[in-house]
Design a protein around this ligand. Structure first.
Ligand code: GAR
Length: 210
């Protein structure tokens, strides 16, 4: 059983997908703690309704990223968390968090990385005129959206798409992909392979996840 900590900043629909999968018996995990860096995040209510513990840790109460991350680590460790999920968490994390959970922090991002890292990935995809975009679940490293890729799903960009419609199409796939990856991790169906090139990223292979 995975002991999850889920970090959010807003709506929390990916958190909801995790909570629903657990409730449906499709994911062998417990959400030990949900932390939002924003006090009013709608995702906090979702956690409460599912009976998951919540905390608000505002980055505004900390002088720098390292001390903010140290507060996150303290709360996550006290809650018994072993894997951390960044689910719409709009803060850059530091080595303070990564060193506390080595190789055990994952992120969901709304593009086919390494294309369109950072904010508004869906808007970036529209602006570039790509015909196919999607979503990525990856292990978090010290860069922004750069860590080893765990799984991806492709989503078409349709003629006359708006950012809102494209984002909604991607989001539906995010929910599936995140639960698939967490299921594979819960079943320990993954292996980290060394990098093919000395400077390249290590590769992580999930068994049974495309
Ligand atoms: C999701 O689309 C997620 O991929 C994205 O924010 C949204 C959060 O939605 N994350 C990022 O852009 C991270 N850079 P949610 O709060 O409903 O899960």
């Amino acid at each position: 059983t995975l002991d999850l900590g889920v970090l959010i900043s807003g709506r929390g629909s990916n958190l909801q997908a995790i909570l629903d999968a657990i409730a449906a018996g499709k994911l062998d995990a417990r959400v030990r703690l949900v932390i939002s860096n924003r006090p009013g995040a709608p995702g906090l209510r979702r956690a409460e309704e599912a009976g998951a513990p919540t905390a608000v840790i505002s980055h505004k109460d900390h002088p720098d990223r390292a001390s903010f991350d140290a507060a996150l680590v303290t709360a996550l460790q006290q809650a018994g968390v072993t894997w951390v999920v960044l689910a719409g968490f709009m803060r850059i994390v530091t080595s303070v968090l990564l060193d506390a959970f080595p190789g055990r922090v994952i992120n969901i991002h709304p593009s086919l990385l390494p294309a369109f890292p950072g904010v508004s990935a869906q808007g970036q995809a529209l602006a570039h005129g790509v015909r196919i975009t999607g979503c990525t679940v990856h292990l978090v490293d010290a860069g922004t959206d750069t860590g080893p890729i765990l799984a991806q799903a492709a989503v078409p960009v349709l003629p006359d798409d708006t950012e809102e419609r494209l984002s909604a199409r991607i989001l539906a796939r995010e929910h599936e992909l995140l639960v698939h990856v967490l299921s594979a991790i819960a079943a320990e169906k993954f292996a980290v392979r060394p990098s093919a090139t000395p400077s390249g990223p290590s590769r992580v292979e999930l068994v049974g996840v495309p």
